[in-house]
Ligand binder design. Sequence first.
Ligand SMILES: Nc1ncnc2c1ncn2[C@@H]1O[C@H](COP(=O)(O)OP(=O)(O)OP(=O)(O)O)[C@@H](O)[C@H]1O
Ligand SMILES: [Mg+2]
Length: 326
Amino acid sequence: MSLIEQAAKRLEELRRAGAQLPDPPVTQTEAKRGDPTPEAVVRALNARAGEAAQVEVDRPEVSEAAARSPEPASRTTKKAGRVVQIDFAMLRGRGFVTPDMPRSKIADEFRVIKRPILRNALDAKGDDARPRNLVMVTSALPREGKTFTAVNLALSVAAEVDNTVLLIDGDVAHPMFTDLLGVSREPGLLDLLTRDDLDVGDTLVKTNVEKLSILPAGANHPFATELLASEQMASLLRAVALRYPDRIIIIDSPPLLATTEARVLATHAGQIVMVVAADTTTQHAVQQALGTIESCDIVMMMLNKAHRTDVGSYYGYYGTDEKRNG
Ligand SMILES: Nc1ncnc2c1ncn2[C@@H]1O[C@H](COP(=O)(O)OP(=O)(O)OP(=O)(O)O)[C@@H](O)[C@H]1O
Ligand SMILES: [Mg+2]
């Protein structure tokens, strides 16, 4: 039975058991073809989330890896470091969450989206190989709204009292943070993997949002995919995530079906936010993409209605079997 069929079956069982489930109207296409649209897929997967969300797990511990972190506080504080002034007026014009508009519709939407992510990151026990505060934002196909989501999520979490955020540009082939956030791509992630003279503190960029730092993509490299797949990359991410358990690491990533980088990055993430563009992404593509990230315990689906005039988002999440991740 496919994932979608399992989710739909579960939805039916929950209904029969008397559970109150949201039941948005079936779209015309859905009714005509009998073929679930992304909305239907997300709804079905949300139904599965009910159970998984109730699984109680403990808070992550800081491991020895944190002690070996390549981000020594002394070096970080000794240097002045880079600081970037994010242009909020520009971001606001493009529909983003901005700190000066805390009550906007988009801010409210991301407030809802970040809650389960924070809960999973801080109250749930992951393992050191997949720290739960390491959150990857991806999608099946290009242009579904990954960067839009990653940046909005980062800005939204940065408004929290208890959390700091590190936003990583993991889409090293098409880094967008220069355009959006005004941060130059070098030095950054790929440089950390190729240069011995750099540590994380040399590459982090502080911003005019007190709790938000950025790790840019770094200088382009012909073996970027191999670098991202390296053990060095895995230990870098682990160290960054485990150093401060109250810091949420958000990685903007390439699409799962168009690149191998995203699949490699997915093997490190404790949580994955999968953006699904309403109206454009087929059920088949969503299903295929989900198949590539099955090993992650927590996958949250976010339906992005970027291509509609009533721009908004509808999200949900589901958990896969804990045993899959050991
Ligand atoms: N919900 C939304 N509201 C308004 N604009 C949006 C929304 N989602 C995406 N966009 C816009 O659509 C465009 C594509 O989004 P984005 O760059 O985030 O996609 P992506 O999945 O990161 O693409 P790529 O695969 O090329 O990295 C951008 O201009 C972005 O600002
Ligand atoms: Mg992008």
